[in-house]
Design a protein around this ligand. Structure first.
Ligand code: COA
Length: 146
């Protein structure tokens, strides 16, 4: 696939929201995406092919940390390497910043995402009990040293 990885803009919101609603049970609202796109410390990437967005990753930088806040690939294109490529581009981008670590939360049941993060060197450092409002599921906090 001739996939382009670039920063997301307000023009991408329609595609982003569609993917978010298909992949995240407690997904972000349009207003949350707008405020993240407009934040000066926000870092986001979308994967685009032929003008259509089919994956995204949103994070932000606070002091010497980058947090990955949301990360999804359209269900039709999952399992084809897009998530891996998006995460790789995102990590290459943030490695150029003055940071020590990348942090994220992930549902303890989300084996696919956990395996992907582990392949990039993330490890579980902590469990947050009853973290997710929709079902009370615990979250792992995962960390990558930079
Ligand atoms: C997690 C997610 C972003 C991964 O994107 P993807 O494009 O499907 O992932 P890739 O095809 O690049 O696969 C990357 C790795 O994921 C894992 N993976 C992919 N498909 C898998 C499957 N069917 N079963 C188990 N692991 C799988 C593998 O570790 C794979 O590595 P490999 O290519 O070396 O085998 C995507 O599945 C998604 O949007 N899920 C729903 C939202 C979500 O859970 N986001 C993460 C929140 S923390």
């Amino acid at each position: 696939m001739a996939v382009l990885f670039r920063s997301g803009t307000l023009e991408d919101l329609h595609d982003i929201l569609q993917i978010e609603h298909l992949t995240q049970p407690d997904g972000w609202s349009e207003n949350t995406f707008i405020s993240e796109i407009e934040k000066p410390n926000g870092i986001n990437l979308v994967a685009e092919e032929n003008g259509k967005i089919f994956g995204f990753i949103f994070g932000h930088k606070i002091d010497k940390s980058v947090d990955i806040l949301t990360f999804s690939v359209h269900p039709y294109t999952q399992g084809k390497g897009v998530g891996r490529a998006l995460l790789e581009h995102f990590l290459n981008l943030v490695r150029s910043l003055d940071i020590d670590e990348v942090l994220l939360d992930v549902r303890v049941s989300n084996t696919r995402a956990i395996m992907l993060y582990e392949k990039f060197g993330f490890s579980i450092i902590h469990t947050r009990k009853n973290f997710y409002a929709d079902n009370g599921e615990n979250a792992y906090v995962m960390r990558l040293n930079i």
